[in-house]
Design a protein around this ligand. Structure first.
Ligand SMILES: NC(=O)c1ccc[n+]([C@@H]2O[C@H](COP(=O)([O-])OP(=O)(O)OC[C@H]3O[C@@H](n4cnc5c(N)ncnc54)[C@H](OP(=O)(O)O)[C@@H]3O)[C@@H](O)[C@H]2O)c1
Length: 261
């Protein structure tokens, strides 16, 4: 099975911590030159300098707010002067929790800007290089809410569904150019985002964070939270030449929690 990414360049968004950071580490292990993108420069520098590196491999970072499409475009266009980016892990922070019916309309607009509009902006920048080299791997980090909406994540559920159908449409359009588009759906995985959600539930329910965590773990068939590396393993496979015939799927990495196929 060919998992080798030597000679490929990868852009990993939301990579200063959590799932994105784990994906950057995995893609570097497989030989890709990795560019990590997020807002916090100090964290990006630390991630970038600790990625696996073999002779000839180089890594870099872009510190930018993905919600600022003008700044995002300028920064990624400058990176593309160095060569095409063949693999794109499309990832960013999740919207704040809360019921759908109580969310401010501005929260929906902000989520569309940060997720869908920035993704479309990046897509149009990255496509020419992927097409020219006949190799593209677009991996969207979404959520299992694509399959079953998660209570109290109203804005997130909505934007994930939009992203999933955007991606499925692209998969049909771009496969002929050697570009695959797949969605990887994290279940409950041990990152700062999960800690924050647990804290929110604990505060609103009057329980301790350990009680909330225990209830959440009990609902997962494997009875534990995921490790970011386990999520990154799936991304590393889908990014590789071995996964060339897998296109347009939603892959949950959730320990079996999702109650649908
Ligand atoms: N962990 C889970 O259990 C889980 C489950 C389902 C879905 N998800 C979703 O999967 C995604 C990644 O999850 P995670 O747990 O790794 O989240 P996380 O720990 O909150 O990390 C989010 C990453 O996105 C970056 N980011 C946030 N806003 C940004 C912006 N405006 N522009 C550029 N970068 C931005 C953050 O870096 P900076 O702050 O430095 O910008 C960080 O690197 C999120 O959308 C999350 O909602 C996670």
């Amino acid at each position: 099975m060919n998992l080798d990414l030597s000679g490929k360049r990868a852009l990993v968004c939301g990579a200063s911590q959590g799932l994105g950071e784990a994906c950057a580490r995995q893609l570097a292990e497989q030989g890709a030159d990795v560019v990590v993108l997020a807002r916090t420069q100090t964290k990006l520098e630390a991630v970038c300098s600790s990625l696996a590196i073999k002779p000839g491999q180089t890594h870099g970072y872009i510190a930018v707010d993905a919600g600022d499409t003008a700044a995002l475009s300028a920064a990624v266009a400058a990176e593309l002067h160095k060569g095409p980016l063949h693999i794109w892990v499309n990832n960013t922070g999740g919207p704040a929790p809360g019921p759908a019916h109580q969310a401010d309309p501005a929260a929906y607009a902000a989520a569309f800007g940060q997720h869908l509009i920035s993704a479309q902006t990046l897509l149009q920048l990255l496509l020419p290089g992927m097409r020219a080299d006949g190799y593209g791997r677009i991996l969207n980090v979404l959520s299992t809410s694509v399959k079953t909406p998660i209570p109290n994540l109203g804005v997130s559920n909505s934007i994930r569904a939009a992203m999933a159908n955007w991606a499925k449409t692209l998969a049909g359009e771009l496969g002929c150019d050697g570009i695959t588009v797949n969605n990887v759906l994290p279940g409950l995985t041990q990152t700062a985002r999960l800690d924050s959600l647990i804290g929110h539930v604990a505060q609103s329910s009057g329980r301790t964070t350990e009680q909330v965590s225990e209830t959440m773990r009990a609902g997962i068939p494997v009875r534990r939270f995921g490790d970011p590396e386990e999520f990154a393993n799936a991304v590393g496979f889908l990014a590789s030449p071995a996964a060339a015939f897998i296109n347009g799927v939603n892959l949950p990495v959730d320990g079996g929690s999702t109650a649908s196929l």
